[in-house]
Design a protein around this ligand. Structure first.
Ligand SMILES: Cc1cc2nc3c(=O)[nH]c(=O)nc-3n(C[C@H](O)[C@H](O)[C@H](O)COP(=O)(O)OP(=O)(O)OC[C@H]3O[C@@H](n4cnc5c(N)ncnc54)[C@H](O)[C@@H]3O)c2cc1C
Length: 391
């Protein structure tokens, strides 16, 4: 069988699965859903995907993944085309935590956590602090060695899903005298440890997507260190690199399917100016798909440039913002009276004002648009570097 034939058959298999397994009406059921309903639905959906071998296709085969990239592309295309729910709750666990454990974890740490993630263990990323976001290396949370433990004190902020998390990927300063990036260590923190206070932050959309985490003399056993002491910055690069490639392809497919469909439905036919703008978005989506495919292929062949992921992230997030802005414009005043959108989806729900507010989520985390432009300028185009200390 040729590769193309095989992918055609795989696509048919995924299509059949989607038709049989995607809960019909999940968008309505998840609109206004409580936290408990959201968590139960996400866990159930994750196990359904896991049963089909679709939950962690990007993991190595020995841990339940090993799907060839060509098949993963087909999988995400079909999930998006059939309007499947998104894995929101498991996102940090299956991408960031797994990438970190696989790159820097001990065999014991992997054995402890990777099977647990498959069973539904939820993770949060505790990197950002009130005075350390774009300049992450300025983080001030401290971890002081005391016998067989580290004692952690400080504050994290914007931690997505912390209110649901079992474990946290935590960066803390272990050597206050070393240069900024050389005094940071990386820990796996059990969120049930005494001294942790998680406070959800209410957003303009009414949701609490992220939280503050206060850490007051929290004791982490030395075995919770991942990587060498003071080598946390290097390990963090593995975590931050985890979202690239196929994650962006999945998001692009969702924007190109449900996102664009809602926009077409909202656009009055026969208005040439509006149709012209719609055509512009369609072209934008086609461009995004090509950029994503290119990024995935370059990652696979080991030829990805240092700014490739930044280009895709910048392009996606700003296209999402323009599309949801246009939707809000089309929806008029009525769009502002819709106060709930479905959970378990993305910012392509057709609840335009909420989608537009939510779209700003993508231009900030994982490096703001300004930071992405700096990376593209410096590392992609070879322009002179920012004055040191600016970042
Ligand atoms: C939806 C969402 C989810 C998030 N989830 C998590 C999470 O799970 N875990 C976590 O640890 N963090 C998370 N974050 C935090 C995110 O990583 C930070 O918000 C981000 O790094 C920006 O940092 P900041 O908010 O401190 O803004 P700042 O760094 O203070 O930036 C403020 C403004 O200044 C600009 N700026 C800053 N420095 C420069 C520079 N050198 N050149 C040009 N412009 C600059 C920025 O672009 C921005 O416009 C999340 C944020 C959002 C919005």
């Amino acid at each position: 069988m040729t590769g193309e034939q095989h992918l055609r058959e795989f696509r048919a298999e995924v299509r059949d699965w989607c038709r049989a397994e995607i809960p019909p009406g999940w968008r309505a059921a998840q609109t206004g859903a409580s936290d408990a309903e959201f968590v139960a639905f996400q866990q159930e959906w994750f196990q359904r995907l896991r049963g089909a071998g679709f939950a962690v296709p990007h993991w190595p085969a020995e841990w339940g993944g090993g799907m060839p990239v060509g098949e993963q592309i087909v999988l995400y295309q079909e999930l998006a085309a059939h309007d499947a729910p998104r894995l929101v709750l498991a996102f940090v666990a299956i991408h960031h935590a797994a990438a970190t454990l696989l790159a820097a974890g001990t065999p014991q740490q992997r054995q402890r956590h990777l099977p647990a993630i498959l069973d539904g263990e939820i993770w949060v990323q505790g990197f950002s602090e009130p005075a350390a976001g774009s300049d992450l290396a300025a983080l001030a949370t401290t971890a002081r060695r005391e016998g067989e433990d580290y004692i952690v004190t400080g504050q994290k902020v914007w931690a997505s899903g912390a209110q649901f998390a079992d474990w946290c990927l935590l960066l803390a300063r272990t050597d206050p005298d070393a240069p900024k990036r050389h005094g940071i260590s990386y820990f796996l923190l059990d969120m049930r440890t005494p001294g942790i206070d998680v406070r959800p932050i209410r957003q303009a959309t009414g949701e609490s997507h992220f939280c503050e985490i206060f850490l007051d003399r929290v004791r982490i056993p030395a075995g919770g260190l991942i990587g060498a002491p003071n080598a946390g910055w290097q390990v963090a690069q593995q975590t931050l690199g985890a979202e690239r490639g196929l994650t962006m392809l999945e998001l692009a497919e969702r924007l190109g399917n449900a996102g664009f469909r809602w926009l077409v439905q909202a656009c009055p036919s026969g208005d040439p100016v509006l149709l012209d703008r719609l055509a512009g978005f369609e072209t934008g989506i086609a461009g995004l798909r090509l950029l994503c495919r290119d990024l995935v292929e370059r990652h696979e062949s080991g030829t990805a440039g240092p700014a490739d992921a930044s280009i895709v992230k910048l392009y996606y997030s700003e296209l999402l913002q323009r599309m949801t802005d246009f939707g809000t414009e089309l929806g008029g005043v009525q769009a502002h009276t819709v106060l709930h959108k479905p959970r378990s989806g993305g910012w392509e729900s057709g609840a335009w004002a909420l989608d537009f507010l939510g779209s700003w989520e993508w231009t900030i985390p994982g490096g703001t648009s300004e930071i992405q432009r700096t990376i593209i300028g410096e590392r992609g185009l070879g322009l002179p570097r920012e004055p040191s200390g600016a970042r």
